[in-house]
Write a protein that binds this ligand. Sequence first.
Ligand code: HEC
Ligand code: HEC
Ligand code: HEC
Length: 111
Amino acid sequence: MTCHLETDADPAMDLPPSVKPWRESVHGKSAVGCFHCHGGDPTLEDDEEAMSGRRGFVGVPPAEFFPGLCGRCHAGALREVRAGAHPGMTENPAVGTNCTECHGYHEIRRR
Ligand code: HEC
Ligand code: HEC
Ligand code: HEC
């Protein structure tokens, strides 16, 4: 399975709307793939098995996952967020610790 990405080789197939913003994001350019955030196993041929709970597929991650999900790779930022010391939190305390409220998710750019 190619995690939706090679589908643009086939113009008859619609790309899911998440692909374009992701591809232009800092993650798309840094080899952080769909499966890093959504789970699943993109090396499997069988789509159903690749996107199964057995393979760790989480579908759309619920909001309470975000700090830990993002923090797996951004440990420093997670520590700052937990300490209330991350940029933006002091100007915007109402947002809390939800990374995606401030950064978005598919379209994340370098700041
Ligand atoms: C950096 C982490 C990350 C990456 C990489 C990522 N996603 Fe997502 N995606 C999320 C999060 C977080 C949400 C849920 C956001 C919400 O509901 O607030 C989401 C939501 C979605 C949704 C639900 C619809 C929507 O847009 O909210 C789809 C479909 C989706 N992602 C597909 C993909 C595909 C396909 C890729 C790869 C091309 C991808 N995602 C890459 C984090 C990511
Ligand atoms: C209240 C808004 C807000 C929240 C919540 C937030 N961020 Fe940020 N984050 C920012 C802003 C604003 C910057 C840019 C700082 C700058 O440009 O000086 C930033 C910068 C970053 C950076 C790059 C600089 C650095 O410190 O490494 C990373 C990575 C990052 N955030 C990850 C995260 C993660 C992961 C979470 C959740 C655990 C999170 N952020 C939550 C607003 C936020
Ligand atoms: C699998 C690891 C991984 C996951 C999961 C992940 N990221 Fe990233 N992220 C990276 C890499 C790699 C980069 C690009 C290299 C760098 O600048 O650190 C990056 C870059 C960023 C940047 C830009 C940093 C800068 O220097 O300006 C932000 C902001 C960011 N990520 C936020 C998030 C948020 C929010 C989530 C959760 C929705 C998330 N990341 C999930 C690996 C990850």
